[in-house]
Design a protein around this ligand. Structure first.
Ligand code: CMP
Length: 139
């Protein structure tokens, strides 16, 4: 079925002027950008968005990284969008990602890993709602 997922192009990518390169890889994987905006995340937004990781040892560094520069938040639409997006992103740690994936080709480290993507359709809905109003999404 055609579904939606949520994506973030992270500060390591915007810093290296890779917004277009990442988006091209998403599009070539069969995903369509139906909403997109470049934002500077606030600390409160980053802490809220990554709330499930609050107890993890990497949480504070992750928040600092996510507010270290602009990000591009996107809603992606396509056949089985969550899985399709996860496939093209590759493993969280670029060292473990398959060749041809965004993280293998572009990511710097497990933290500066270029993209975020929702891990389930349920979380995709929550994450989309966190950053977008319904009228900002044009399918
Ligand atoms: P993301 O998919 O955005 O979800 C949580 C993020 O935490 C992850 O990508 C990484 O950028 C970051 N992170 C940093 N260290 C780790 C780690 N050891 N395990 C998982 N995620 C990590």
């Amino acid at each position: 079925a055609v579904t939606r997922t949520f994506s973030i192009i992270k500060p390591d990518a915007t810093r290296r002027n890779l917004t277009g390169a990442v988006t091209k890889m998403l599009e070539e994987a069969g995903l369509r950008v139906v909403a997109s905006k470049r934002i500077q995340m606030t600390r409160e937004q980053a802490e809220g968005f990554y709330g499930v990781h609050r107890e993890r040892p990497f949480f504070n560094d992750l928040v600092e990284f996510m507010i270290s520069g602009p990000v591009v938040v996107q809603v992606l639409e396509g056949e089985d969008a969550v899985t399709r997006n996860r496939d093209v992103m590759g493993a969280t740690n670029p060292a473990n990602a398959e060749p041809g994936t965004i993280r293998k080709e572009l990511a710097e480290s497990i933290e500066a890993n270029t993209v975020h993507g929702s891990d389930s359709e349920e979380n995709a809905k929550i994450e989309i709602d966190f950053f977008f109003k319904p009228e900002e999404i044009v399918g």
